[in-house]
Every structure is written in C-alpha cells, then in structure tokens.
Ligand binder design. Structure first.
Ligand code: DQA
Length: 146
C-alpha cells in the first residue's frame, strides 16, 4: 500500500480557536480524522504530523524520499518566508502538494507570495478543511500513475 505524509506547520495546532474568520471552526484533530477517512477510502496509508519548529518540519520532509510515496504540506506562515523549507522540498523527487485552508491570494500582500510552492506539483487553497481531501484525491492520481 502507498503511504503519504501530511505535514502542518506553525500555529495550525491552534485551529478552532484561532482567527475563525479565515480558518473556520475546524480543529487540527478534525482535519486529521477527515484525512484518515479519505485515505482509508482511497487505500492509502497516512502519517499526519504538525510542528511549530522549522527544523523539525525540515527533518520530516527529509524522511519523504525513503519512507513515503508523496507529501501534502501546509507550511503555514513558513510558506511566505522559508527558503529552507523550499530547499528541503526540492530535495525530494516524490509528488508534493501544498494546501492552505484560506485563500492566501485574497489576504494581506505578504501572504500572496508562496516561496514553498516553487517546489510542489500543485497548490490547493481557499477551500477550508476540504482542501486536504482535495489534495488526497489529487495525490492518489499522482502516486498511482508513477
Ligand atoms: C495558512 C495561510 C498562511 O498565510 C498562514 O500563515 C497560516 C495558515 C492557511 O492554511 O490558510 O498559518 O497556511
């Protein structure tokens, strides 16, 4: 069975309490449950990870090359700042999808540039928690067409 990694960056552990106008009521636990259900339906094994630390996120991305068939990542604020995350993503040849809960292009100027998206196959943003399910669906096509 193919195994994928879903990584969530800083402050996403606070979903449900944080800036509900942008992120809604959903919690990270709920998003994890939704992702597990979607993966079971699609016959995909899942590891779901969150960290507030850039180095931990980078090390987790390093594990993709040997241990996973693909990665879905919401780099959160590191999307807009981290060349280190971009380089880590570039270092894996596996399929990569970036997800954002909010529409980053309809927000502040500094959110309209995604540094990390330069390394991914595609980006899904603005669909709330459903963006994760859409990403799993897109990932399934990428990993099973390899
Ligand atoms: C986010 C958008 C980022 O700009 C922000 O820093 C986040 C969450 C999203 O999922 O909409 O923390 O990645």
């Amino acid at each position: 069975m193919k195994k994928i990694l879903i990584i969530n960056g800083p402050n996403l552990n606070l979903l449900g309490d944080r800036e509900k106008a942008f992120y809604g009521d959903t919690s990270l636990e709920r998003i994890k449950t939704l992702c597990v259900e979607e993966c079971v339906k699609n016959n995909i094994e899942l590891e779901f990870f969150q960290s507030n630390h850039e180095g931990e996120l980078i090390e987790k991305i390093h594990s993709v090359q040997n241990d996973f068939s693909g990665i879905i990542i919401n780099p959160a604020a590191y999307t807009h700042t981290s060349i280190a995350l971009l380089d880590a993503l570039r270092a894996t040849s596996k399929p990569k999808i970036e997800v954002h809960i909010s529409n980053i292009y309809a927000r502040e100027d500094y959110r309209r540039k995604s540094i990390t998206s330069e390394a991914v196959n595609g980006v899904i943003c603005g669909f709330g928690e459903n963006g994760y399910a859409l990403a799993i669906e897109a990932m399934k096509k990428l990993i099973y067409s390899e």
